[in-house]
Design a protein around this ligand. Structure first.
Ligand code: GDP
Length: 478
């Protein structure tokens, strides 16, 4: 939540137009509906001798409130960030590897490639950054978290296979993100390769080649034979130029987490893509809901670096926790402020998590077990008669899967009631009904509390289902 120029004018009893002029004299160009950053608000308040009241204190958990707009003259060209998309087996991974192989061995002798989630190459003295996870799923999951990192999408289409379902999906995802698309017609070395057909089929989706009067760039290549790679890179540079991709390297870094994990030796390790500014070793940084100081930075060649400018991916250590891919990051001038904002974001996250408590279900049981955060599986057992309850309980207790125990926290004869569900919800348990069903209230509560209720009529089916879930072999339910 920000504060616009007119909001501020109202709060401090000034004309909006006067405020706009005053902002100009302070070097801030803003229209009346534009959000102001904390710094500009402070400046204005100082100028008019107004105390910054509680009311206009900004939400400390929102990075947008700390970002100042760059002046046009401070912006310089930055490398494009490219994602490779396309149907399965059309050659996305091969293309990523080929680009890297050809370019890295040419430029950076002695470098040992490190998979940190993204890499950078040099073509015609200009750099290009590639995200290492191909496909639109990663692309869109980042976007759904508010992160827009891709500048250009490369759509790989195998010339012997043509447009397939995931090709169309990728087109739609790229279009939704308003990212320019370059078509890489791959596998032209193959017998049966038919690039014309690919062009025809893509035209039907609005991607019309330049040769046919459209404005979509098509490059023919063979990822496996490393043919046409330079053509593709040159086209990327061309599109980058048209897009006028710019950043200001002379400011505190902001950007997005590409991937992160907990490393046994190094602790939290995160690959960050710097999108604006320059990241330095020693910087105080807030990343997602965690924070710290950048202890060390390693680039995609496994080399230690001290700084990373716009569009550069680097792997950092020094964070107190593990962020998530798609999380934003921001560097703060002083460590106190970073800590304060990091803690505020952490707090907010905990509250949100609590409100959105995720319940265990048989479908994700194995995932929980694998991650080691589930040593006991809680069950609530209901059956038509007491005899069945006991038979079922003793069979379930015999299930033997290494590292996990079954714990029956409640049993009873009769229908599944609301109170069974509430108990299961509070204990993160799964409810099993044997020859019984939930009553109407129980069904409603199970739905709202997201409690997994499983109904059966044969004992061995119950055992089989639980056992397969524990081993990660459950057939998905549709
Ligand atoms: P992805 O699923 O899109 O990442 O596809 P892959 O990169 O894994 O490639 C799928 C298969 O196509 C692999 O067996 C590759 O060796 C093969 N392949 C990729 N590019 C080419 C190419 O240019 N020519 C030929 N003939 N095969 C290729």
């Amino acid at each position: 939540g920000g504060l616009t120029v007119s909001d501020l004018a109202e709060k401090i009893n000034k004309d909006t137009s006067e405020l706009i002029k005053k902002l100009m004299t302070l070097g801030v160009m803003a229209t009346k509906n534009q959000n102001l950053d904390a710094e500009s608000i402070e400046l204005i308040c100082e100028e008019y001798g107004v105390e910054v009241e509680e009311e206009i204190v900004l939400d400390a958990t929102d990075f947008d409130n700390f970002i100042t707009e760059d002046k046009e003259e401070d912006l310089i060209e930055r490398p494009a960030v490219v994602t490779i998309m396309g149907h399965v087996d059309h050659g996305k991974t091969t293309l990523l590897d080929s680009i890297r192989d050809t370019k890295v061995t040419e430029g950076e002798a002695g470098g040992i490639t490190q998979h940190i989630g993204a890499y950078q190459i040099v073509e015609n003295n200009k750099r290009i950054t590639f995200l290492d996870t191909p496909g639109h799923a990663a692309f869109t999951s980042m976007r759904s978290r508010g992160a827009q990192v891709t500048d250009i999408a490369i759509l790989v289409v195998a010339a012997d296979d043509g447009v397939m379902p995931q090709t169309v999906e990728a087109i739609n995802h790229a279009k939704a993100a308003e990212v320019p698309i370059i078509i890489a017609v791959n596998k032209i070395d193959k017998e049966g390769a038919n690039p014309d057909r690919v062009m025809q089929e893509l035209s039907e989706h609005g991607l019309i080649p330049e040769d046919w009067g459209g404005d979509t760039i098509f490059v023919q290549l063979s990822a496996i034979k490393k043919e046409g790679i330079d053509d593709l890179l040159e086209m990327i540079l061309l599109v980058s130029e048209v897009e006028e991709l710019k950043a200001n390297p002379n400011r505190n870094a902001t950007g997005t987490v590409i991937e992160a994990e907990l490393d046994k030796g190094r602790g939290s390790v995160a690959t960050l893509l710097v999108q604006n500014g320059t990241l330095n070793v020693g910087d105080s940084i807030v990343v997602g809901n965690t924070f710290g100081r950048v202890r060390a930075m390693v680039n995609d060649l496994g080399r230690r670096v001290k700084t990373a400018g716009p569009s550069t991916p680097v792997e950092i250590t020094g964070l107190s926790g593990v962020p998530e891919a798609g999380d934003p990051f921001m560097v703060f001038e002083d460590e106190r402020k970073a800590r304060q904002i990091g803690e505020a974001r952490q707090q907010k996250h905990i509250v949100e998590k609590r409100n959105d408590k995720v319940k265990v279900s048989l479908d994700d049981l194995f995932e929980h077990i694998k991650q080691g955060n589930m040593k006991e599986i809680n069950l609530v057992l209901k059956a038509d008669v007491q005899g069945s309850v006991e038979a079922l309980a003793s069979s379930l207790e015999k299930i033997d899967v290494e590292g996990v125990k079954i714990k029956i926290i409640h049993t009873g004869a009769g229908a599944i009631t609301e109170s069974d569900i509430i108990l299961a919800s509070a204990s993160n348990a799964i409810v099993i009904g044997f020859n019984v069903r939930p009553d109407a209230n129980a069904r409603k509560t199970a739905e709202s509390e997201k409690v997994d209720v499983r109904l059966h009529r044969v004992i061995y089916k119950v055992i089989e289902e639980i056992e397969s879930a524990m081993k990660g072999m459950l057939d998905p339910e549709y």
